[in-house]
Write a protein that binds this ligand. Structure first.
Ligand code: HEC
Length: 166
């Protein structure tokens, strides 16, 4: 029959083998761990071509305005036509013929919001550019419900058109 010593030795060697196996399994697991979706978290760095940095140049508005195209602005004017006219009559918004260089909120008889009425200054091309980019940022509370024109060249073209039709 087996004596206790043999049993203990057997058990001990079995446990030792199991422990060694577990250690190896754990070590390789942590080295080459695969994520939940099977993506290896052990990633070999490859020399990727550096992403060409997008150069967003800040072109001053004056330069864009210099080469702006009034005829391109005519098409953009459609975005304003629902509310503005160029024949000296007011609609939802005040007439815009002559607006370039005109004082802000200067049309007698047009009911401006205080957001515009309280502003000093004149509609220089620069001011129009800032206003048209995001009217509600330029004049918080303005009654002009127009979201804005994102493209600086579009704004320049449109302002050129307004200037030409003044
Ligand atoms: C939904 C109607 C609406 C649209 C669209 C709209 N506007 Fe206006 N606009 C207004 C109103 C209303 C005012 C007066 C705002 C106030 O009193 O706060 C105004 C005011 C202005 C003023 C100030 C005029 C002044 O006498 O001080 C300018 C400049 C102007 N709009 C340009 C434009 C241009 C350019 C567009 C097209 C890109 C445009 N608006 C689109 C309704 C509109």
């Amino acid at each position: 029959m087996y004596d206790t010593m043999t049993m203990t030795k057997l058990a001990a060697s079995f446990c030792g083998a199991l422990l060694a196996f577990l250690l190896v399994a754990w070590a390789s697991e942590s080295l080459f761990h695969t994520g939940v979706h099977g993506e290896p978290s052990f990633v070999i760095a490859v020399d990727e071509a550096p992403a060409t940095e997008e150069v967003v140049e800040e072109v001053p508005f004056a330069e864009v305005f210099e080469v702006a195209d009034a005829s391109a602005g005519e098409g953009l004017w459609r975005q304003c036509q629902a509310c503005h006219k160029l024949d000296g009559t007011d609609g939802v918004g005040p007439h815009l013929n002559g607006v370039v260089g005109r004082d802000i909120a200067a049309i007698d008889g047009f009911g401006y919001s205080s957001a515009l009425a309280d502003l000093d200054g004149a509609w220089t091309p620069e001011e129009l550019n800032a206003f048209l980019e995001k009217p509600r940022d330029y004049a918080p509370g303005t009654a002009m419900s127009y979201n804005g024109m994102r493209d600086i060249e579009d704004r320049a073209d449109l302002i050129k058109y307004l200037e030409a039709s003044s």
